[in-house]
Design a protein around this ligand. Structure first.
Ligand code: NAP
Length: 567
């Protein structure tokens, strides 16, 4: 362990006092490092993985692919970058996204700021110094005025325990920690547990490659096709010509995409017209099935039911065995209230002779045995088991780090009854800590790169504002945090989202409070609120203990002033 006090002179990347430590080197971390270093700040990034990429570094499972269109799921901060990069598929697969992020890291010379294979274990705010002390898995201890947590909302792998697993004689893999050298599954009897976005992609990709695939489904999901295929050169040319406009337009839409929800209720048109609209939206693919059909599908149960009925008919029309089709039809949540997995061949896959669907609701998983998995209906013999069992989402990546703010209070304790944040950007009692796409921001309900760029730009502006005004410490007020948290809960309660036992509500993690973790009021609305807060002198934030512009005794002569020139 290298114990350095803030005054020590250290070799990079552990200088005496950093301006910002960035946790994570995925989409959010990379852009944070780029933006903050360009603003003249001394920045060090810490990344658990061996290279850049974040979720795209870890999730190398067969079939891993993005569910947002490639042109959209990319950075907009550099026109040169978006003009020069060519996506091969309409929806990119994991290797190409990872290659893209590697290209970004090289092009903007970001790797030199990042320490790889290094996990941030703890961060404690030193109130006497107004800085963070950060401890990492390589034994380093560094000091930084600010932390930007870019650790991801869907990165903390959830590992459910199963009775008898240690007796299983076969091999096992997690989709979210897939071996870099790949897994040889040819000729194997493979079982997969989990039918969320990861499991669904894995199922349709693996089925043609393995001897037999047994899909253990606990909850059926609504799966939308994306109609993936090679990038259309004409579309590519058009998008590249219009990129500046498309990126700007994305800042005002509900989902951070360059299109908004269509107007009109599903209940305001005839059944024939509705069917035609659904058919057209289904052909657009992916998220557009819901966002490009009607505007009340996530707030009106009856409207939602019409969309559900369309997809039920699709499932029944695609899956040949009626009993299997019925098992694949969700019964416990309105469509869209859990994140819909996207895949072009999922339902068809169950027409294959080498695929078996096991309904764990009808025949629960009892235990692992040496030769496979025993459910109440008998033993399924398996050579390999794949866990596609999800993540401790939204808060997990941060609560797994021992983060302690004022008076040594832990962030995990603060959030033990549900996440509370101001704008999903900062927390009362945790000064100089910013979260990228944090809890109660639109995060996973918006296009992530759009949401990430908006957050990083906002945070950078805030740090520049602090530099301009000589402030050393920023922190939201408890009242602002309380009001934003209340508002977020109220908006969520007005939607259909709480009707599902989803990871948005933390329901997939035993013991996690059932509290909605995402702001559902729409990205455009949220972005405007963030801008208003900034233009009102960062309303709801205290700088050196007082609102901007207020006279403050706390500011004069505090240690924070000594560091203020860095930011
Ligand atoms: P997930 O959506 O949480 O799905 C986990 C699955 O595992 C669920 O089917 C769950 O069943 C099942 N499961 C968990 N514990 C179980 C247990 N003890 N026994 C039996 N089944 C169990 O996780 P994910 O598929 O990894 O996806 C998480 C999120 O990551 C997605 O929603 C999406 O936002 C993102 N993602 C995106 C992409 C993409 O863009 N293409 C791809 C993958 C993931 P229950 O539903 O019954 O809990």
């Amino acid at each position: 362990m290298n114990n350095h006090s803030p005054g020590d002179s250290l070799a990079e990347p552990s200088p005496a006092m950093l301006d910002v430590v960035v946790i994570g080197a995925g989409f959010a971390g990379l852009y944070s490092i780029h933006k903050l270093t360009r603003a003249g700040l001394r920045v060090a990034g810490y990344e658990k993985g061996g290279d850049v990429g974040g979720v795209w570094y870890w999730n190398r499972y067969p079939g891993a692919r993005c569910d947002c269109e490639s042109h959209v799921y990319s950075y907009g901060f550099s026109d040169e970058l978006q003009q020069e990069w060519n996506w091969t598929l309409r929806y990119s697969e994991q290797p190409e996204i990872l290659q893209y992020l590697g290209h970004v890291a090289d092009r903007f010379d970001l790797r030199r700021h990042i320490r790889f294979n290094t996990t941030v274990l703890a961060a404690i705010f030193l109130e006497s110094e107004n800085c963070w002390q950060i401890e990492t898995s390589d034994g380093d201890r560094v000091f930084s005025r600010f932390i930007v947590a870019a650790a991801g909302g869907i990165s903390a792998v959830q590992r459910p325990t199963f009775p008898g697993f240690e007796r299983f004689a076969g091999r096992s893999y997690y989709t979210a920690q897939w071996p870099h050298e790949g897994a040889d599954l040819a000729g194997k009897r493979v079982g997969i547990i989990g039918t969320g976005a990861s499991g669904v992609q894995c199922v349709s990709t693996l089925a043609p490659q393995v001897q037999h695939l047994t899909v253990f489904q606990r909850t059926a999901n609504w799966v939308f096709p994306v109609w993936n295929g090679p990038t259309d050169p004409a579309v590519d040319r058009r998008v590249k010509a219009e990129y500046p406009h498309l990126r700007r337009a994305s800042l005002d839409t509900a989902g951070g995409f360059p299109f908004d929800l269509v107007e009109g209720s599903a209940l305001s048109v005839s059944a024939e017209e509705r069917a035609a609209i659904y058919q057209r939206a289904w052909k657009l693919g992916g998220v557009m099935f819901m966002s490009r059909s009607f505007n009340d599908l996530l707030v009106n149960r009856e409207a939602n039911e019409t969309a559900a009925e369309f997809v039920r008919a699709y499932i029944r029309g695609t899956v040949k065995d009626p009993a299997v089709a019925e098992t694949l039809i969700p019964v416990d949540h309105p469509i869209g209230t859990k994140r819909p997995p996207m895949d072009d061949k999922y339902y068809e896959t169950f027409n294959r002779d080498n695929v078996t669907l096991v309904d764990l609701r009808k025949s629960p998983l009892i235990e692992f045995v040496p030769e496979g998995i025993r459910t109440s209906a008998g033993v399924h013999e398996l050579d390999v088991v794949i866990f596609a069992t999800g993540f401790d989402t939204i808060t997990g990546a941060l609560t797994r780090i021992d983060i302690r703010g004022r008076e040594g209070r832990s962030l995990a304790a603060k959030w033990s009854t549900g996440a509370q944040t101001y704008l999903g950007l900062a927390m009362a009692g945790f000064p100089n800590l910013f979260t990228i796409t944090g809890p109660l921001s639109p995060s996973v309900l918006a296009n992530m790169p759009t949401a990430i760029e908006q957050h990083v730009d906002w945070i950078t502006d805030c740090l520049l504002f602090m530099r301009e005004h000589g402030y050393g410490v920023v922190e939201p007020t408890a009242a602002a945090e309380e009001e934003w948290t209340r508002h977020s809960m109220e908006v969520a309660a007005g939607s259909l989202f709480p009707l599902a036992n989803s990871w948005y509500l933390g329901c997939n993690v035993p013991g996690k409070p059932r509290v909605f973790g995402v702001y559902v009021g729409g990205f455009g609305h949220y972005r405007r609120k963030c801008d208003q807060v900034a233009s009102a002198g960062y309303e709801g934030f205290l700088f050196d203990g007082a609102a901007h512009g207020a006279p403050t005794a706390a500011r004069a002569g505090t240690p924070s002033q000594a560091h203020a020139s860095h930011a």
